[in-house]
Design a protein around this ligand. Structure first.
Ligand SMILES: *[C@@H]1O[C@H](CO)[C@@H](O)[C@H](O)[C@H]1NC(C)=O
Ligand SMILES: *[C@@H]1O[C@H](CO)[C@@H](O)[C@H](O)[C@H]1NC(C)=O
Length: 532
């Protein structure tokens, strides 16, 4: 969205915003209504539905006797006598016994488990709901959650809102508390079943129940983990309408969601609002914003934020430094990256695997495999864990410079460390052989990659194919291209044009025609493409 705008201009815009932040004047900001501070939002009129009242028929006759006898054994913990009654258990009797002991969550749970043990599958959704009410009323949320996860939710996955209804209808009989719905909502969120969580939230609201901020955060966090930034922002607005006050964790997630969806300006605005909303930005808030700017190459703003962080008495940590390194490396500003790297060491922030991998990757991409090797040795010396990403970055750097001997030495090393080379490793090695104009060896590597069960992704395929093209080995390129097409991946258009032209040039018209037919059928060529 701001890809259209130059970075310099954006940097300027953000600097303005940041200057504002430090002077704390708010007049300048044009506020977006949908992300305004919650306090200023109009409260939507909520007309909660009344809680349904379902009369529970009292036990009579034999049921009455059974419930009373079992109850008297229970309160004396006379399990031997209870065991002799197990054969007579029915859902109706279980329910009434639970209702009689509902004030004692420990005894209730013992009884509940005992029933499960004596008569497996005799619990119904109703007896389970009653157990949930008892546990949540006693604030035993962990146990309630594990009961939900272990048995209740897996059994009700297909029965849409049956569980909610059952909890709702037993609410009054159990003299329950709103925590029961909160618990249900939060458990769905923890289980990453966000549709069910959303449904639960919607139905809770109908009856005037609102989740706690902790549960809302759990929900937002599971949405962000699933990359559903859109829904998480919609939910945040909904929280505002319901007057659920966010805390600093909520706001950090909102800033993060905005950054991840590329809306940096809004993220900065949100960040700026945090303090007005009574939440001081934390290290995590700054890190989110710094990572957002760094990943877009907006390094001036990112550095400005780091300075601001220190002015606020917060210390940049490993996450801050790794984000900055990532930004500088992506931009090819390795000199700046080097300065950040020295700085972090000077302030005793210990570089980790991510730090080194980021740097090695940067140096490898910009033709300085020597520096990559130096860093690798430093890792080994300092006992920093080396992983496949480290090796892939080093190998790519060496292969880019045609240093295939050193690269194959590293392959041996990584195998010795029980790391598994993947398609990225192979594609680097293949490009190394191509660089050395050794198509035979490159093709052998391609074959051994397939033998070892590596699945190249679209990027890797494109890299391998274009490597063959650069070497003018168009037949090799076509062979790999066919496999890419078989896997329904989309090749790079320019590369396709290059291959078709190449095939014609080296007199392989037949192969070109066959490929052309396939590509036309899949509409992979630009409309205005004419045969060479
Ligand atoms: C949970 O969501 C799934 C998928 O949308 C749906 O099939 C299921 O009925 C829902 N279960 C409950 C208990 O709401
Ligand atoms: C190889 O493994 C690394 C680390 O897990 C991963 O980031 C990379 O995407 C993998 N390459 C391919 C082509 O799958």
């Amino acid at each position: 969205m701001f890809g259209m705008r130059s970075n310099a201009k954006y940097n300027y815009h953000v600097l303005l915003l940041l200057r504002q932040l430090s002077t704390n004047s708010t007049a300048f900001m044009k506020k977006e209504p949908n992300l305004m501070p919650l306090g200023t939002l109009q409260m939507r009129k909520l007309n909660p539905l009344p809680l349904p009242h379902r009369t529970v028929p009292e036990p009579k006759g034999q049921d009455f006797d059974y419930v009373n006898v079992a109850h008297s054994h229970l309160i004396r913990s006379d399990w031997a006598k209870l065991n002799s009654l197990a054969a007579g258990l029915t859902p109706f009797r279980i329910k009434h016994i639970l209702l009689k002991i509902k004030k004692d969550p420990v005894l209730s749970l013992e009884f509940f488990d005992w029933v499960e043990l004596q008569r497996p599958n005799s619990h119904t959704l109703e007896t389970q709901s009653i157990m949930l009410h008892i546990l949540t009323k006693a604030k035993k949320f962990k146990i309630a959650e594990s009961l939900l996860k272990r048995s209740i939710i897996p059994k009700t996955m297909n029965s849409a809102s049956e569980l909610f209804d059952c909890v709702l209808y037993s609410y009054r009989a159990c003299d329950s508390s709103p925590g029961v719905f909160d618990s249900l909502f939060k458990t769905y969120a923890h289980m990453k079943k966000f549709r069910n969580a959303t449904d639960t939230f919607r139905r809770m609201k109908e009856y005037g129940f609102l989740p706690t901020i902790e549960s809302c955060n759990a929900y937002m966090s599971s949405l962000l983990n699933l990359h559903r930034t859109d829904i998480s922002l919609v939910f945040y607005r909904e929280m505002g309408r319901c007057r659920i006050s966010p805390n600093v964790y909520t706001l950090n997630m909102v800033v993060s969601a905005l950054c991840k969806s590329g809306r940096l300006e809004k993220a900065v605005e949100m960040f700026k609002e945090m303090e007005n909303m009574g939440c001081r930005p934390t290290v995590a808030s700054f890190n989110t914003l710094i990572a957002g700017h760094s990943s877009q190459g907006l390094m001036n703003s990112a550095m400005k934020l780091k300075t601001m962080m220190s002015k606020n008495g917060l210390h940049p940590d490993i996450v801050t430094y790794n984000a900055l390194l990532n930004g500088y490396c992506k931009e090819g500003k390795l000199h700046d990256a080097g300065k950040i790297f020295s700085e972090m060491k000077a302030v005793d922030v210990v570089p980790n695997t991510v730090t080194y991998n980021t740097l090695i990757n940067g140096y490898s991409h910009y033709g300085n495999s020597e520096m990559g090797s130096t860093l690798y040795e430093e890792m080994l010396r300092n006992g920093v864990k080396v992983d496949i990403l480290t090796y892939n970055a080093l190998i790519l750097g060496l292969c880019n410079e045609g240093k295939t001997k050193k690269a194959s030495y590293l392959v041996k090393k990584l195998l010795k460390e029980n790391l598994v080379p993947n398609a990225s490793t192979f594609s680097a090695l293949i490009s190394g052989q191509c660089k050395r104009k050794n198509p035979e060896r490159a093709f052998q590597l391609y074959k051994s990659m397939k033998r070892s069960g590596c699945h190249p992704n679209a990027d890797t395929f494109n890299l391998i194919i274009s490597t063959f093209c650069k070497n003018e080995d168009f037949e090799g390129a076509v062979e790999v291209l066919w496999e890419m097409l078989e896997r329904a991946m989309t090749p790079d258009v320019n590369m396709l044009v290059e291959i078709l032209e190449g095939l014609h040039k080296c007199g392989k018209a037949e192969a070109a025609t066959r490929l052309r037919r396939e590509l036309d059928g899949k509409q992979l060529l630009p409309e205005d493409f004419l045969p060479a």
